[in-house]
Design a protein around this ligand. Structure first.
Ligand code: NAP
Length: 290
């Protein structure tokens, strides 16, 4: 399937590279042209000069941009080039409401839309081992599945438009809770004078063991907070989750607390670090700071 990629960021670049390697990539486009040119030099892939030019060349467009407003801008920029029957798959993390709005906007032109956020981070994007949670028409998903399988390990169809993003929000709330638990517990272990490598080894194999502890534990205890998953992006996601919870009539403590903590870290210049930089704040709890 002739596929185009829009957005060559930390996620979009390896996604496009894997599609190129599998022979599906017709072309890619990035707002900052220098990034697209660097991608073309590295991989030999073609780049388009505008989103419309990309749309006219492709049956499938994959999008990876930052936030809701960016997705809406990209859709507007694409619209006049999209042929009826073509498919747009958005892998960005945005609100379910925005996903439904885009699905309706594209449907009016006979274009299919799948909200298809991913988990697995930059490592997963590079190794084509992402998990994709998809909202939208199951028949359309089956049409594009063989192409998507070049970039993901697992695809789960969740239901109608927006349900992919609702599932991703669930994931982000859970990730916040795991981050809170792991960083707080390791700060406790550090204050108690334990060997943190031994703690990670001992605890990692039991009921409290988890991916975040085994992958980010060893780096965070060495004050290495290289992303990974950028804290400012998780803050953006949790702001979306907060709105979604509010739409369901609730305020969730894990979301509210983590937003406050991330805000503090962003204000002190750590927004571009991995989310495990929360360990910085948790250590302060043992220095008498709230
Ligand atoms: P990133 O490195 O900051 O890249 C963002 C990309 O979006 C860049 O290519 C940027 O273009 C483009 N973009 C932003 N606003 C745009 C606009 N208005 N019009 C056109 N292009 C625009 O972000 P990322 O880490 O790749 O994340 C992309 C999406 O995937 C986000 O929604 C994020 O939440 C989600 N996600 C990220 C991870 C992760 O671990 N990083 C994991 C799962 C999901 P420029 O180059 O011109 O700035």
């Amino acid at each position: 399937m002739r596929t185009g990629v829009i957005g060559l960021g930390a996620m979009g670049m390896p996604i496009a590279a894997n599609l190129h390697q599998a022979g599906y990539l017709a072309a890619a486009w990035n707002r900052t042209r220098a990034k697209a040119e660097a991608f073309a030099r590295q991989t030999g892939a073609a780049i388009a000069s505008t989103p419309v030019e990309l749309a006219t060349q492709c049956e499938l467009i994959l999008i990876s941009v930052s936030a809701d407003q960016d997705l809406l801008e990209v859709i507007d920029a694409l619209l006049s080039g999209l042929a009826p029957g073509s498919v747009v798959v958005d892998t960005s993390t945005v609100s379910a409401q925005t996903a439904r709005q885009v699905a309706q906007q594209l449907a009016r032109k006979g274009v299919h839309f799948l909200d298809a956020p991913v988990t697995g981070g930059v490592e997963g994007a590079k190794s084509a081992k992402l998990t994709m949670m998809v909202g939208g028409d199951a028949v359309v998903l089956e049409r594009v599945r063989p192409t998507l399988e070049a970039i993901v390990q697992r695809i789960v169809h969740m239901g109608p438009a927006g349900s992919g993003q609702m599932t991703k929000a669930t994931n982000q709330i859970m990730a916040a809770g795991v981050n809170q638990a792991v960083t707080e517990a390791l700060a406790f272990a550090k204050a108690a004078g334990l060997s943190l490598d031994k703690v990670i080894e001992a605890v990692g194999g039991g009921a409290a063991g988890n991916w975040f502890l085994s992958h980010r534990g060893p780096t965070m205890v060495r004050d290495n907070f290289t992303p990974g998953f950028r804290l400012a992006l998780h803050h953006k996601d949790l702001s979306i989750c907060k709105q979604m919870a509010s739409d369901l009539g609730a305020r969730l403590p894990v979301i509210e607390m983590t937003l406050i903590h991330y805000q503090r870290l962003m204000e002190t210049g750590y927004g571009d670090e991995d989310i495990s930089a929360l360990f910085r704040l948790k250590q302060k709890l043992f220095e008498g700071e709230p």
